[in-house]
Every structure is written in structure tokens, then in C-alpha cells.
Design a protein around this ligand. Structure first.
Ligand SMILES: Nc1ncnc2c1ncn2[C@@H]1O[C@H](COP(=O)(O)OP(=O)(O)OP(=O)(O)O)[C@@H](O)[C@H]1O
Ligand SMILES: [Mg+2]
Length: 376
């Protein structure tokens, strides 16, 4: 079976993707799978990697995959061609399944998934709708709330709501009336904590609010939770769980915890400060708490019709123990030391086996899809 591994991407998480994909390339069972490498440049073009790229990263443990922007290796896509959908030069690049080891915008938000659906090729991860909905924090919260799942109380403001008024003090008053203090402000569609901040005074709030609007036209104002940050990996095919296909069953793994040393898990704690956060797997929770988190993680996963893999992130209020769902990442960091694979490993699913499991799941999901009629 030939696996096309996609990496890079027109996303702020381009670099992380290169590291994640390098981990996958080094650990995929090459006796079972033939690997085709396709790098996506920062401006969104697709390129087949030179023939020796695979060998370069396998033989040199310090090497990381690169995207080589060579015109003769430009990849184009052909709708509805399935395993022959990728074309390089005059030849098709055969791929039986795609593993998009990419994150963020144009990668994790449903756009790539839509493209792969149009090509009619199986791929790892959520479909177009689940990817799109979960990229938007407000829409995700609305779906979870509707499913009776606990979300942090919030209000949402669009640029339209705000109009030309710039009456931030009015919004601040409304927010503290509904949510109390302190408040947390963040863009609805962003990641890596950009544009996210805590606010306790009208001045801090105006600054936080303005900053969040730099990144999105829709901003969430939440109650700021004095939070423990718990994460949980989930796999499975929400809409097609069948007993005789174990990989289709939605399953939550051992939860982990992020313990930031900053006021919250901000951009610097994530990427710049080596001591910005401690990662703890398993999280320090008792058996009943673990079971509760896992049940909620699976419910949250199913509520958005997720499939493939996701990392479901929670807050536990340190003051009163309330559990809240924060967000779901449908293509979470996948380096060998990332939370998603590490939490799977804590439950006995090793990194290499996890890759195989996700590929099996992608193929199973595609088979379910192929059984559906597209005309009467
Ligand atoms: N309501 C809240 N109360 C307290 N802290 C919060 C709240 N919302 C977010 N945070 C803090 O901000 C961080 C980033 O928020 P969130 O995870 O919602 O956004 P993100 O930018 O999408 O992050 P990611 O890169 O994980 O996708 C959280 O990990 C947490 O530390
Ligand atoms: Mg987050």
C-alpha cells in the first residue's frame, strides 16, 4: 500500500508540521507501506520530494523534512481520480491513502479535506465538516452546548456587532454582568494562543479586545477560568462505529496535563520559553476523574462527527473542580514527543502502531463512504 505523506503547508504551523511528518516518516512501517513525500510550500504549492529525501531523514537523526520548490516536481490534483489523483510532470503519483501531517489554516480547517474528497482519495483525520466546525471556537461551543456538554460561559462579538461604535466599555460592562471577572478574550479562528489574553480592567479589556480583532472578525469573551489544563487523545469513526472494525470504535486514551509557568498557556510558553510549561502524562487525576474526562472526550468527539484522531482539551477549575471542554484539535501536533501520540502511548499504543492504526482507520472510513449511493 502506498501512503502519501503531506507536510508543510500555508499555515503558521508549517515548521511544526515538518517535525511531525519527519517523526511519521521515520517510524512508519516501511515493510508494509511504500511512502510518497509531498511537501506543501508556505504559499500553498505542492511538490513531490526528491527521491533521496526519505533516505536523508531516515539516516540522519538530526535532519528534518524540507519542502523543495522545484518546478519539475510540482504536484497538481485531478478531481475524482482516486489513487491516481496526484499528478507530477506527466505521470500520476500513485497513492492509496493520504496522511496529512499538517496543522492549522488550509490544513486542519476543512479546506484540504474538501480537496481530498473532491479527488476521491482516503485520508487520515476528520472530514470537511468536522474539520471546519472545530476550527471555529464559537461554532464548536454551540454544538457542544447543544449536546449538553459543559463549555466555559461566553459571549461572542463580531465586527458587525461592534459597528463603528468602538464602545468597548459598554461591551466590558455587558461581559462582566454576564460572565463576572476576570475575563478571557480570544479570536474564534486562530491557534497557538495568538490574540488571546486575560483582562480584569476596562483598559486591559480594550487592549485584549482590539488585539483579538487583529486576528479574526469574530471574538470570544469567556469567563477566565483558574484552570488546570487537561488533554485527552481520541480515535475512531464517530458516524460508523462497528464492532468488527475495532479501529472504528471511538476510544479515549490516558489524559495528560499541561502545567504552564506563565499566567496562561500563551504563545511564548508554547514556542519560545523552554520552561514555559511542564507536560505530565498521565495527568494527576484519580480513576473516577480519568473516566469522567475520557467519557466527555468521546462525547465531545462524537458531537462534532469527528473521525481519525483528535486531541480534546479541557479546563478543570482549580477553585471549584468544574470541568469544561475548551477545544478540539483535529490534526494535533504529531511529533514523537507531542501530547497526542504520547497519551496514546500511555495507553499502550506505540507511535509506530498509532500511525498504522490511523491509516487503517482512514481506509475503513473510505470503505464506509464507498458504500453510500450518490444518486437515486
Ligand atoms: N476561558 C479561559 N480561561 C482561562 N484561560 C484560558 C481560557 N481560554 C483560553 N485560556 C488559555 O489560553 C490558552 C489558549 O487558548 P485556546 O486553547 O482556546 O486557544 P488556541 O490559541 O487555539 O490554542 P491551540 O494552539 O491549542 O489551538 C489555553 O491553553 C489557556 O491557557
Ligand atoms: Mg489550545
Amino acid at each position: 500500500m502506498t501512503v502519501a505523506i503531506l507536510y508543510g503547508g500555508k499555515s503558521s504551523e508549517h515548521e511544526v508540521s515538518l517535525v511531525s511528518a519527519t517523526g511519521v516518516v521515520r517510524n512508519i512501517n516501511r515493510e508494509k507501506y511504500n511512502v510518497v513525500l509531498i511537501g506543501i510550500s508556505r504559499d500553498g504549492r505542492w511538490f513531490k520530494a526528491p527521491d533521496d529525501e526519505l533516505n536523508r531523514v531516515i539516516t540522519n537523526e538530526k535532519a528534518t523534512l524540507r519542502v523543495y520548490e522545484e518546478d519539475e516536481n510540482l504536484v497538481t490534483l485531478c478531481p475524482a481520480q482516486g489513487m491516481n489523483a496526484f499528478i507530477c510532470g506527466s505521470k500520476s503519483l500513485r497513492a492509496d491513502v493520504v496522511f496529512p501531517v499538517v496543522h492549522g489554516q488550509f490544513c486542519e480547517d476543512g479546506t484540504l479535506q474538501g480537496l481530498l474528497d473532491i479527488c476521491d482519495i482516503p485520508y487520515v483525520g476528520c472530514g470537511c465538516m468536522a474539520s471546519g466546525v472545530t476550527m471555529d471556537k464559537e461554532k464548536t461551543k454551540a454544538v457542544w452546548h447543544d449536546a449538553g456538554l459543559p463549555v466555559v460561559p461566553y459571549i461572542v462579538m463580531t465586527r458587525t456587532d461592534l459597528g463603528d461604535s468602538k464602545k468597548y466599555d459598554v461591551v466590558f460592562e455587558k461581559a462582566i454582568k454576564e460572565l463576572g471577572l476576570p475575563l478571557f478574550v480570544k479570536p474564534c479562528n486562530a491557534g497557538s494562543s495568538v490574540g488571546a489574553s486575560k483582562a480584569t480592567s476596562p483598559k486591559e479589556f480594550s487592549m485584549a479586545f482590539l488585539d483579538a480583532f487583529n486576528y479574526d472578525n469574530k471574538v470570544l469573551i469567556e469567563k477566565a477560568v483558574n484552570a488546570r489544563e487537561i488533554e485527552c487523545s481520541v480515535t475512531g469513526i464517530s458516524t460508523c462505529e462497528v464492532e468488527d472494525q475495532p479501529c472504528s470504535l471511538c476510544k479515549a486514551y490516558i489524559p495528560g496535563e499541561i502545567i504552564p509557568s506563565h499566567t496562561f498557556y500563551d504563545y511564548d510558553a508554547k514556542y519560545n520559553d523552554p520552561d514555559g510549561a511542564a507536560l505530565k502524562i498521565p495527568a494527576n487525576l484519580n480513576e473516577a476523574e480519568i473516566k469522567n474526562i475520557q467519557d466527555l472526550a468521546v462525547k465531545a468527539y462524537r458531537a462534532v462527527d469527528a473521525s481519525g484522531l483528535s486531541r480534546v482539551d479541557f479546563f478543570i477549575d482549580k477553585d471549584d473542580g468544574t470541568i469544561y471542554l475548551n477545544e478540539i484539535n483535529t490534526l494535533p501536533g504529531f511529533t514523537p514527543i507531542s501530547m497526542f501520540p504520547k497519551m496514546c502511548e500511555a495507553s499502550g499504543l506505540k507511535y509506530a502502531d498509532c500511525i498504522e492504526y490511523l491509516l487503517d482507520e482512514a481506509v475503513a472510513k473510505y470503505k464506509f463512504k464507498m458504500q453510500l449511493l450518490t444518486t437515486k
